[in-house]
Design a protein around this ligand. Structure first.
Ligand SMILES: Nc1ncnc2c1ncn2[C@@H]1O[C@H](COP(=O)(O)OP(=O)(O)OP(=O)(O)O)[C@@H](O)[C@H]1O
Ligand SMILES: O=P(O)(O)OC[C@H]1O[C@](O)(CO)[C@@H](O)[C@@H]1O
Length: 706
């Protein structure tokens, strides 16, 4: 494929020509300073830009400040083996001796735009037709083949001067390139990766109105709000804008290609197979599955069923499958466009701004967080615990906590924690309980898995098995944490009312909210326009607020995670003021992690707990019994011989974690506990503290059934 950025008559950039290439992966979409420049060997690139263009003083405020921007010919030697198109812009700022009254300062930075193009059918299919777009005539809606999405904005390489936004970006990069006080000429280079902009092109590769297109849509992996909307919009765009009538749904994921009949889909109101109102429902009406991917069988089925545009909705696993399909299609030299729409409720595809359904999930999570907060606030020593989805990435947990502002501690897979010990979650929860009489914790499902490994005698998650797609099955951190927190809080003398909510599946099964719904539409249309143009092996995404197309390897190159060093996590900490729940190496070892043994971990659970400058040692003897009503009753015996019931809960198999044997009660411990409670300042708190000493029933009165 050749993308030609042809110069318009008044263009400052002359011609940038980009030769065909295959997979193109050149860097990282984030800040230019953090770009990693990876070059694949099988690509060829020629980029030429000539002519320094003059400042016309009109295009933007920066231009009128005598800024000169020119395009430069890129050095062959530097890029000859690269698979990227390089367009270089040089920004210069000169201060003359006369102006400054000092030495000449001449600063320049060159900015390289690396075009990360996506494969095109033309790369392996000779004599591909190029037909005019059948419906869109409005030039404003047609994407120019020279439009690319870069880190912060859209650059049109045919264009004239960068717009003011682009100038600001150049300005920022320029500023970063120079050390303060530099007085000598210095040139730095910055690289910006850009992607083809999404949208309808003036010419397409299929004769869609004459029935050449036979499209298939498949959805794979877990559910996510908006899947039905994406399917509907794929059909709508094919049907309305390209006149396609042969559109088929593939049932139940990849395996449906070769094991199920296709389902004809259409946009006709009330007709069988109509998707017109599908967006109102959660889930995917096509069905989805994990596992069952066999590239040969899938591509055989594509050939056999004469499909030539395949739309694949799914997460990173699905994208790997789609890439395998694409490679097989290319190997067989088929005229088949493979187009993806990234779907992941975890928001863990780093290359794109966010995934559809994520906002909805965060919004829906508010309901559970609010409920847990109300429960916690409404009970003495109330602790709310909410588990949210997030296998490797804690985005839902972090964003939901940020949005709620009621969450005291948010635990995510990216940030290690311990429950017990002076720096543990329990100590912090105890602190918040002392301050506020209630506390709220949110935990992402992938958090704390290593701790549970230790709890389970070093057996790793891997040994628990994998799902059909090969994903490791996780232990239930919610139930585990509920148990651990209660145990630790009891040990330091706090009787807590713990309420645990697990809304994970109900969050992902709902239809999308308004903003996700619009987002689904744009992603789906981007995929259709890209496929109709002849791109294949790509995904549709939004990068820095602009819709674009990314090659599949690029899209899934990085798993998106919450970086504890970066802004998202910092904002959380700034908002809820939660400390790090992670001790030093010694402490980690004491918890049986990073070299320690599980028995070390168990022992450490009985260690004295330091809260601020106080040390609180476990002081109760906790026992577990079962009531005749089938409830588990956790109680402890006090020094004075009275029995205190902490909790009674319906027994479920996963909630029957072992009870540790805490250290025996001593008078000193009891004394410390009372001292701790006396720290509560208000009269009411003191009354409540007194009450603690005399209460022998829990609120449900389950003592009757012991
Ligand atoms: N490495 C791979 N190569 C080919 N196919 C794969 C690969 N990994 C997963 N798949 C296939 O992709 C499909 C979906 O994968 P998976 O269950 O991992 O979900 P996912 O796409 O990652 O979505 P989710 O984010 O919901 O987990 C399955 O049919 C699986 O067999
Ligand atoms: O649907 P399943 O197989 O229970 O998988 C649940 C997983 O799917 C996701 O929703 C998406 O990957 C994860 O958050 C979660 O770990």
């Amino acid at each position: 494929m050749a993308i030609l950025a042809t110069a318009s008559s008044h263009s400052r950039y002359h011609t940038a020509s980009v030769s065909p290439r295959n997979s193109a992966i050149h860097g990282h979409r984030q800040h230019p300073c953090r770009h990693r420049n990876r070059r694949s060997s099988n690509a060829r690139v020629h980029a030429s830009m000539e002519e320094e263009y003059a400042n016309d003083g009109e295009s933007s405020p920066l231009w009128s400040q005598s800024r000169r921007v020119r395009a430069e010919h890129s050095s062959e030697s530097e890029y000859e083996s690269a698979d990227m198109a390089v367009l270089t812009t040089r920004q210069e700022e000169g201060v003359s001796e006369e102006d400054s009254g000092t030495n000449t300062t001449s600063r320049s930075a060159s900015v390289e735009y690396l075009l990360d193009d996506v494969p095109h059918l033309r790369d392996w299919h000779d004599n591909l037709e190029s037909l005019p777009h059948p419906s869109i005539k409005n030039p404003a809606h047609i994407v120019d083949e020279g439009d690319y999405v870069v880190a912060t904005t859209v650059v049109n390489f045919h264009g004239c001067a960068p717009n003011s936004e682009e100038c600001t970006e150049l300005e920022n990069m320029s500023a970063m390139s120079f050390k303060a006080g530099d007085s000598n000429t210095e040139q730095k280079s910055q690289k910006i990766v850009c992607f083809p902009r999404a949208g309808p092109r003036a010419n397409i590769a299929f004769d869609s109105v004459r029935g050449e297109v036979r499209a298939a849509i498949v959805s794979c992996g877990g559910l996510c709000p908006g899947m039905n909307t994406v399917i509907r919009e794929l059909v709508a765009c094919l049907w309305n804008q390209y006149g396609v009538r042969d559109i088929f749904g593939v049932k139940n994921g990849f395996r449906g290609f070769y094991s199920e009949n296709l389902v004809p889909l259409n946009m006709q109101p009330n007709a069988a197979g109509s998707v017109a109102t599908m967006h109102r429902n959660g889930g995917t009406f096509l069905g989805t599955s994990r596992g069952g991917f066999d590239v040969n069988k899938v591509v055989d089925a594509i050939e056999h069923r004469r499909l030539n545009t395949v739309f694949v909705i799914g997460g990173d696993g699905t994208h790997k499958g789609a890439q395998a399909m694409f490679e097989e299609v290319r190997r067989r030299k088929l005229k088949v466009a493979i187009a993806c729409v990234p779907k992941t409720i975890d928001n863990d595809i780093a290359a794109i701004d966010k995934s559809f359904g994520f906002d909805t999930a965060v919004e829906e999570a508010q309901r559970s967080i609010r409920a847990a907060h109300v429960e916690a606030e409404s009970a003495p020593m109330g602790v709310g615990l909410v588990k949210l989805m997030g296998r490797h990435s804690g985005f839902i947990a972090v964003h939901s906590s940020l949005a709620s502002r009621d969450v005291d501690a948010t635990l995510i897979p990216e940030v290690p924690f311990v429950v017990s010990g002076p720096n543990g979650v329990a100590a912090f929860v105890a602190q918040r309980l002392m301050q506020n009489d209630h506390a709220l914790v949110v935990v992402a499902e992938g958090a704390g898995q290593d701790l549970m490994d230790v709890e389970h005698n070093g057996k790793s998650n891997d040994e628990l098995g994998r799902d059909a797609s090969g994903n490791i099955v996780f232990r239930d951190v919610g139930l585990w944490l509920k148990h651990e927190l209660r145990k630790e809080l009891n040990r330091i003398g706090l009787d807590v009312n713990m309420k645990y909510l697990d809304p994970t599946y109900s969050i992902r099964a709902i239809p999308p909210n308004a903003s996700d719904s619009v987002y689904c539409t744009l992603l789906a249309h981007g995929a259709v326009h890209g496929a109709m143009y002849g791109f294949s092996g790509f995904t549709s995404g939004r990068v820095n607020e602009r819709h674009c197309l990314l090659s599949i390897p690029r899209a899934i190159e990085h798993l998106g995670v919450v970086d504890p060093q970066m802004r998202t996590y910092s904002r959380l900490i700034e908002s809820n003021n939660q400390p790090a729940f992670w001790g030093d190496d010694h402490e980690r070892q004491a918890h049986g992690l990073g070299g320690g043994t599980s028995s070390d971990a168990n022992n450490s659970l009985r260690r004295p707990l330091v809260m601020g400058n106080r040390t609180v040692t476990p002081h109760r003897h906790t026992t577990t019994s079962f009531s005749s009503a089938g409830r588990r009753v956790v109680s402890d015996r006090r020094a004075d011989g009275t029995q205190h019931i902490h909790d009674s809960i319906a027994v479920t198999h996963s909630d029957e974690a072992d009870e540790d044997e805490p250290a025996p009660i001593s008078d000193a411990d009891e004394h410390r506990r009372k001292k701790l409670l006396r720290k509560k300042k208000s009269k009411e708190d003191e009354i409540w503290a007194e009450g603690l000493n005399t209460t022998t029933l829990d609120s449900s009165g389950t003592i009757d059934s012991i």
